[in-house]
Design a protein around this ligand. Structure first.
Ligand SMILES: [Zn+2]
Length: 241
């Protein structure tokens, strides 16, 4: 478990394989519960931890006190992102290849946490989150800070068929073909679209870590499909301080 520094008033923490799987679908319930408990204890989280279902969509949920109370230990259905200005709640997302994106508004002390899969990235879920932050907290894209965590980078995001987004003009710079294999740069595309809506390039931090490459550290759904490696998820947790 480690803490990421994006801003002094924001806690971002990241687990890895050494903290165990935290998704109830892939390990016995008691084991996942224990792994989660250790992480929450390490972060000193005696607070509500809010999660979404994660269906690879583009819906972003506004987390107010009512929602946070309604969903402790449950997942908000059909959603892949959350925005909040609650200081009592933490937001958590589960990962293995999809991109965790954190958006922080230091002026209005509000945060967004997004799980961006390939479908979510095409639908620009991160921009849906910015619109929600603008509507609810009066956030300005130019003031936002952004962090992209470990994800499947273009080295490992490959396909033998032409990718779906090949027809979309804004994706052209992020698709390449080497020896009949297509490579897709999802984090690159996300960063480009953040900049296009006014997020300052110098306010964007990309971890550049590839879940596909580093099998000791990260769970990877793609690697799990290709090898006998067991499936699992690591987490990103954010909390306003
Ligand atoms: Zn890679």
């Amino acid at each position: 478990m480690r803490k990421i520094k994006l801003h002094q008033n924001l806690l971002i923490s990241l687990s890895d394989k050494s903290d165990g799987n935290i998704d109830y679908r892939f390990s016995p319930k008691a084991e996942v519960k224990s792994n989660r408990h250790k992480i929450f204890k390490y972060l000193n989280l005696s607070t509500q931890v809010v999660e979404v279902e994660q269906i690879h969509g583009s819906q972003v949920s506004f987390i107010d006190q009512k929602t946070a109370i309604k969903f402790p230990g449950k997942q908000i259905p059909k959603s892949d992102g959350m925005v909040t200005n609650l200081t009592k709640s933490a937001l958590m997302t589960r990962l293995a290849d999809c991109i965790p994106i954190v958006l922080y508004d230091p002026q209005n002390h509000a945060v967004g946490l997004i799980h961006a899969g390939w479908r979510g990235a095409i639908q620009k879920i991160h921009l849906h989150a910015i619109i929600k932050m603008t509507n609810h907290f009066n956030s300005k894209p130019t003031k936002l800070k952004a962090w992209l965590g470990p994800a499947l980078q273009s080295c490992c995001y490959t396909t033998n068929k032409p990718p779906t987004q090949r027809v979309l003009p804004e994706w052209q710079s992020f698709i390449s073909q080497k020896n009949k294999t297509w490579h897709i740069d999802y984090p690159g595309s996300v960063i480009d679209s953040l900049i296009n809506v006014g997020v300052n390039k110098t306010n964007i931090v990309n971890s550049n870590q590839c879940t596909g490459h580093d099998k000791k550290q990260w769970f990877s759904y793609q690697r799990h499909k290709k090898t006998n490696e067991s499936d699992g998820r690591f987490v990103v947790i954010v909390k306003l301080l």
